[in-house]
Every structure is written in C-alpha cells, then in structure tokens.
Ligand binder design. Structure first.
Ligand code: 5GP
Ligand code: ZN
Length: 113
C-alpha cells in the first residue's frame, strides 16, 4: 500500500535495521525500543491488522508465529521473550500494517499497562 509506513520500510523506501527477511516476512528493529531487544515482524503482504485477517491468511500467520523462535534464537534471547500484537484503538495499535512485537533481554513486567 503506497502510503503505509511499514510497506515503505519493507520496500526499503524508509531505512530500518534489518534482522531477517524472506519472501513472506521482514523483521527489523523498532525505532522506539521498549526493551533492550525489540524487533517487529511484518508480513510483506499489506494486512491492516488482526481484524483484517481472513482464512486465506491463516498459513501466513502460522508461518510468522513459527518464525518467532528462530528470530529469538538469532537475537540470543535465551532467557525468554514476549510476543505482542496490538490491535485497534484500545489495543494502542499505531501503525495499520499487521506487526508482531518481539521483546526481550530484560525481565518484562505483567500485567501490561
Ligand atoms: P504499534 O503501536 O502499532 O503496536 O507499534 C508500532 C511500532 O512501530 C512502535 O513500537 C513504533 O516504535 C514502531 N515504529 C513506528 N514508526 C517506525 C519507523 O519508521 N521505523 C521503525 N523501525 N519503527 C517504527
Ligand atoms: Zn502496509
């Protein structure tokens, strides 16, 4: 999508720090990290958020979740990590392109704010 910031990041029109990339997903460092390690995994396909997911997207979502462990290993988050998907206004989603936050390298608190 032409005016989507994460589509522009995926297309390298906006610079980012790459962590992992393949034909389906792109993983890059969050510009405003909330933990010593904080990366975002996005599908290359523009999907607005969890609310926009269809049955056709199920394999892609499964693929993304299954990739998380690989990314965590690559980033040496050996003591655990947290996976977050914010959705919609109450979920405080600020970028309308589906993304999985992966946070780690500190003891994270619970419940979230
Ligand atoms: P949300 O609040 O939608 O769940 O998460 C959006 C995330 O994208 C935020 O953590 C924010 O720091 C990150 N973000 C927003 N704009 C940019 C950008 O231009 N580059 C990078 N690397 N991260 C961004
Ligand atoms: Zn997009």
């Amino acid at each position: 999508m032409s005016d989507c910031i994460f589509c522009k990041i995926k297309d390298k029109e906006i610079p980012s720090v790459p962590i992992y990339e393949d034909d389906k997903i792109y993983v890059f460092r969050d510009a405003d990290p909330q933990a010593p390690e904080h990366v975002l995994m996005i599908p290359k396909q523009h999907i607005t958020g969890l609310d926009a997911v269809t049955a056709e997207d199920e394999p892609l979502l499964g693929y993304m979740l299954a990739k998380v462990r690989e990314i965590a290993e690559q980033l040496e988050m050996t003591n655990g990590y947290r996976v977050v998907i914010n959705n919609g206004e109450d979920g405080q989603q600020t970028v309308p392109h589906l993304h999985i936050h992966i946070l780690g390298k500190r003891k994270l608190t619970w419940p979230p704010g």
